[in-house]
Design a protein around this ligand. Structure first.
Ligand SMILES: Nc1nc2c(ncn2[C@@H]2O[C@H](COP(=O)(O)OP(=O)(O)OP(=O)(O)O)[C@@H](O)[C@H]2O)c(=O)[nH]1
Ligand SMILES: [Mg+2]
Length: 288
């Protein structure tokens, strides 16, 4: 299946919901207008503020083809430049998809011929380590897993100081899930970033893993993680299971942090590079 086809499939729930709304409106004999478009954006969880702004801009532009102009607006919002750093620290709330996304990214990057190394810092939960080790075995990537019960910042220090780490092109670091309301755990994350930045100055980035199904709550998560670790990229997961794919637009508009990958399933191949145009094309039903 082509990349476009897989993005299309991954966003089918969001698109179906929008299609139903289109059909309902057309069935009632109403014409396509700005209010309908705003309604559609809200249905996909773009959020009231951003949806309102987009529609206001369109009203001002008075484009011939409103739908086409809307798509261009969305592509522009999603088009955010960002560079990839060699040391990538996966952060996010419990269960957002950190470990799975890391495993899938290993598979993708190994396929691109990259030398990888993985560091596990989820030292308080044995199951977390085993899950990460299983992904590393499955993808043939060497890993350093912090000792059970040890300080996660010490684990990252040991991992990054290892010979294997210095030989790798890219180092992916998993962290334990943490609720954004837990201050101590957020401070622990700041420490992990501090230690990493000391060892590899200018080469470290935090990637925030967000479950798309949390919709507008993802914004709150971004707010808090931004204060602690300034994520320079987002991985938006579980798009296959939700109709809230529009949250990508809300995030991009508010934070200008690029979405780097999207998760569209639980399998090895189900992490796709993010492409604004293909994403927007996949959001909307055809023939509207
Ligand atoms: N359908 C679907 N499921 C996903 C996706 N990404 C992750 N999952 C599932 O979500 C669940 C949680 O994923 P994990 O990777 O363990 O999440 P985590 O953030 O590492 O969790 P903690 O370490 O406990 O904080 C697992 O059952 C994954 O298979 C996705 O893109 N689509
Ligand atoms: Mg995990």
């Amino acid at each position: 299946m082509s990349l476009m086809a897989r993005i299309h499939e991954g966003l089918s729930k969001t698109r179906d919901k929008m299609a139903q709304a289109f059909q309902a409106v057309f069935a009632s004999g109403a014409h396509r207008d700005y209010e309908l478009l705003e309604e559609l954006l809200l249905l996909a969880d773009v959020g009231p503020g951003v949806a309102g702004e987009i529609i206001a801009r369109l009203r001002e532009q008075k484009p011939q083809d409103v739908f086409l102009a809307l798509k261009e607006e969305l592509v522009e919002i999603l088009n955010i430049d960002g560079e990839d750093k060699p040391v990538r620290i996966f952060v996010g709330i419990n269960g957002s998809g950190k470990t799975t996304s890391l495993g899938k990214l290993c598979h993708r990057l190994v396929g691109e011929g990259k030398e990888l190394f993985v560091i596990g810092t989820d030292t308080f939960r044995a199951a977390g380590d085993m899950q990460l080790e299983a992904w590393c075995r499955r993808t043939g990537v060497p890993c350093y897993i912090g000792k059970p019960g040890s300080d996660p910042a010490a684990a990252i220090f040991d991992g990054l100081s290892s010979k294997q780490a210095s030989n790798a092109d890219i180092i992916l670091c998993d962290t334990a899930g943490r609720l954004h309301s837990n201050k101590n755990l957020m401070q622990e994350l700041e420490k992990i970033m501090r230690v990493s930045n000391k060892l590899r100055p200018g080469e470290v980035e935090a990637l925030l893993i967000l479950d798309a199904a949390t919709g507008q709550n993802a914004m709150q998560q971004m707010d808090i993680f931004r204060q602690a670790v300034q994520p320079s990229g987002i991985i938006l997961t579980k798009l296959d299971g939700t109709a809230k794919g529009g949250v990508a637009i809300a995030l991009a508009a508010k934070y200008q942090v690029p979405i780097k990958y999207i998760g569209v399933g639980e399998g090895l191949e189900d992490l796709l590079p993010f492409s604004p145009r293909e994403y927007v094309d996949s959001l909307f039903p055809e023939n509207v």
